[in-house]
Design a protein around this ligand. Sequence first.
Ligand code: NAD
Ligand code: UFG
Length: 335
Amino acid sequence: MRLLVTGGAGYIGSHTCVELQKAGHDIVIYDNLYNAKSAAVERISKITGKEVPFIKGDILDEKALDEVFCRYHIDAVIHFAGLKAVGESVEKPLLYYENNVSGTISLCKAMARAGCKKLIFSSSATVYGMHNEPPFTEDMPLSTINPYGATKLMIEGILTDLAAADKDWSVVLLRYFNPIGAHESGLLGEDPQGIPNNLLPYVKRVAVGKLPCVNIFGDDYPTPDGTGVRDYIHVVDLAKGLLAALKALETDGTKIYNLGTGNGYSVKEVVAAFSRACGHEIPWRIAPRRGGDAPFSFADASRAKKELGWTAQYDLDRMCADAWRFISRNPDGIQ
Ligand code: NAD
Ligand code: UFG
């Protein structure tokens, strides 16, 4: 297939492009480089030994999208492009609704004009909200508590309505749990700007001495060691899950899959695993709880296993070892 990958220069997108090319698919990356560098595209090419067509463009720019669909025959779109910082979404809700929701609508309109009606959307475990008991199954009631999550929920609804209205559409909604880790080559990995919000990027900065200490947000949750539990998944496993999900585009309608391991690890377990990976202690201290954090989040990943034949393979030590290789070789990120 030839796949248009929006946001393909970003963290999950770049790893997915490697797996798509390795599996023999042709790709075209479309990214405005808001949160990525063009060097990431060069690194995909370095890993796979294949050319990577790249167009710098915005999903809000329908004219530019029309040109892409005119220039390339695209069989399906894998849609990663979006903004993802929860705190920033609370401060700048209009930016998030416009970029994520309006951007997805622009993309779908351009796809419809081009007669390309197969779409895989990057949703998030955040749509399970605060009221469900994990493991989360795809048919649980959904809710969110911040504008970022609301954009994911709205887009899921829009795409479901679209596929119901026009039987030519095939939509796959993938709910990612917590992707961490990096490509084993040490060439690709997560490269956030500024002080990181998420746990692993923060731990990595402490490990390379750029931040003094990990703040563990609360140790009084009803979890085995009192710290928050999440379903961390190796980004390459996630990328393989996306590859497996192409199969689900063969039939019309909307399909929904969790992409997680089904296992939960606590913040303390993650810090300990990263210490093993980097070979030295990571300093940490207990800080107050962060507002809006659930004690537990982990997937029921059985639907993806049954219907897509996909399960995650890598354990937490491997995730941390690969993340450490990337950050120690690229302390200033992908340049
Ligand atoms: P990322 O920021 O690394 O990648 C997103 C990419 O989209 C970036 O390269 C950015 O430049 C691009 N982009 C943003 N707005 C754009 C626009 N208007 N037009 C064109 N390109 C645009 O993020 P990621 O971690 O790779 O996440 C990819 C997707 O998966 C996002 O939609 C995110 O919400 C979703 N997701 C991520 C996580 C996670 O923890 N990383 C979890 C669940 C879901
Ligand atoms: N945590 C700390 N210290 C930090 C950062 C995080 O203790 O400096 C803790 C959090 O309290 C939580 C765990 O580490 O218990 C994981 O936090 P992250 O911020 O890494 O991840 P979240 O599960 O909170 O959320 C992320 C994305 C969401 C997405 C979700 C599931 O930010 O948008 O994963 O995909 F919905």
